[in-house]
Design a protein around this ligand. Structure first.
Ligand SMILES: C[S@@+](CC[C@H](N)C(=O)[O-])C[C@H]1O[C@@H](n2cnc3c(N)ncnc32)[C@H](O)[C@@H]1O
Length: 280
């Protein structure tokens, strides 16, 4: 989780944590490619190998609240909770262990490399909650909703499988809708207030935190439609291009764009003052 290192509790020893919760952590996810449903199912005495009927991915799971709540509401589903940051893996593993959820496995992995961890059709759903927005143009390729990433996810989804985004960021939501269309996904629904539209959905830590700061949740659910023959190349875009025209009207500023919006507002205020001031 970005910026978390600075806020680590005083006596936090990462290795110790990872070891303490090792039972629910899979540090080498490539080993289970194609075998998650069987490998993670608890042994059923006298019944031989059993298997989960559904495997879903919580991509960039953070501290694991969403994965644990989803697993509690769907005991027949295996939830793979993945994060690239070892600290998040440790926190998520602690959360899952304390919640006592048998159907969650916490994985250290990179969302840019999903085809190494999952085989075609292995996932029934990919949940992407409040992904790191990477607003700058030069970081655009790292956004987990870029068309290039969405193309990678397509084959991993089972028939009828879904990709769902939730974010506090109107710019990231708008960008991601465009990218989903480029990658040939069909929208099942989109919402500019997903908490109101789907009040029973589990909360993630970021949704809790950012909603308390005034965020609205933008979300969509999409499923792969006919694949584009070739992904047409596109210039990387800054998320600034997706901000509303009039920043003065914008109440809540999306996470990760605070400094940019402050700068843009100052610039605009100066420009207006200059235009308005009489010339000597
Ligand atoms: C803003 S946090 C949101 C966490 C959680 N989903 C939530 O809603 O509370 C974004 C998370 O995505 C993770 N992340 C960013 N890029 C990633 C990648 N390429 N692969 C896996 N995780 C990634 C970060 O480490 C961080 O934990």
């Amino acid at each position: 989780m970005h910026g978390l290192h600075a806020r680590l509790p005083k006596h936090f020893v990462l290795e110790e944590r990872l070891e303490r919760y090792a039972d629910v952590i899979e540090p080498a996810p490539t080993a289970w490619r194609g075998a998650w449903a069987e490998a993670c199912h608890p042994l059923v005495p006298g019944q031989g190998a059993a298997s989960y009927p559904r495997v879903v991915l919580d991509l960039g799971c953070g501290k694991g609240a969403f994965a644990a709540a989803l697993a509690a509401s769907e005991p027949q589903t295996l939830v793979v909770a993945m994060d690239a940051e070892p600290i998040c893996v440790a926190y998520a593993a602690q959360h899952v262990t304390e919640a006592g959820m048998p159907n969650v496995v916490v994985v250290a992995g990179d969302g840019s490399r999903l085809p190494e961890y999952f085989s075609p059709g292995e996932l029934s759903a990919i949940y992407l909650n409040f992904p790191t927005p990477f607003p700058r143009k030069r970081e655009a390729a790292r956004r987990l909703t870029s068309a290039e990433h969405l193309m990678q996810y397509r084959p991993l989804l089972a028939p009828g499988g879904t990709f769902r985004l939730r974010t506090d960021s109107l710019p990231l939501y708008r960008f991601s809708l465009e990218e989903a269309a480029r990658a040939g996904y069909q929208l099942r629904w989109s919402s500019e207030n997903a908490r109101a539209d789907f009040p029973d959905e589990p909360w993630s830590e970021y949704e809790e935190k950012l909603s308390a700061q005034g965020a609205t949740v933008y979300a969509f659910l999409a499923t792969p439609g006919p694949a584009p023959e070739q992904l047409a190349p596109r210039e990387p875009r800054s998320l600034v291009d997706y901000l509303p025209q009039d920043l003065a009207d914008m109440g809540y500023v999306p996470h990760g764009m605070e400094a940019t919006v402050v700068n843009m507002r100052n610039y605009e205020a100066k420009r207006r003052a200059k235009v308005g001031s009489p010339r000597s």
